[in-house]
Ligand binder design. Sequence first.
Ligand code: NAP
Length: 239
Amino acid sequence: MGLHNKTAIITGAGKGIGKAAAIALAKEGVHLGIMARSAADLESLQNFLGKSYGVKVFQVTADISNKEQAELAINTLAEKLGTIDILINNAGVAKFGTVLEMETEAWERIIQTNLMGTYYVTRAALPYMLKQNSGSIVNISSTAGERGFANGSAYCASKFAVLGFTESLMHEVRKSNIRVTALTPSTVNTELAANVGLKIGDEDRMMQPEDVAELIVATRQLPQRVFIKTAGILTTNPQ
Ligand code: NAP
């Protein structure tokens, strides 16, 4: 399926996987709505994409953990783009610590961003896709959404929840020709991974954000009659 002249909204597009996805989709001729909290990241990406690929790029700063901000951002971008063909729920935060050590506020912030933010953004975007009777949604979960580990309770709970949300949503909207996919990458070489002390090792051997972006594009290029429900992507030979 060709992506040229399609439209996509990407949350957390300022850096890491979201930024790589924006670049990969722009290369395919997709017009973009990009969201994050840092205006500077979005502005520099907007300038780069506009100059390099000639696609339309609109940006809105918004904190997806805030329902009103998420809704306003989606409505603003939908109006500018005209349609929402693809939604990539990528924005997320991570922090590790034991259940007792981690502050309740930090635990809540992870759930509020990774789960509630994904829900707020999706709920705002869905009416546009239902009206079009088409669309496609990619939710970025994690291998942490498939297995728990010590110190990961908040992050794992949020990413398990994203998988449950994704599967339920998929059943609700597939009859409206909306394809819903969850991706579960293992550690990716981004700021998020570095900030929580995940092992990166030899960078050349490590999964890069561009690798996940390639998978996102590939899943969107499948014929409209099929979709990937869940896909994992792992570093081949981690150190
Ligand atoms: P990253 O490099 O830290 O980028 C995260 C992006 O999300 C940034 O643009 C950040 O921008 C934005 N963001 C964070 N909180 C936000 C909020 N409340 N509202 C709006 N935007 C927000 O992270 P990444 O590694 O690319 O992660 C992207 C996604 O992949 C996350 O959902 C993460 O859980 C998942 N993932 C990552 C890995 C990994 O190892 N890196 C593995 C599996 C899954 P601002 O701070 O400016 O808002």
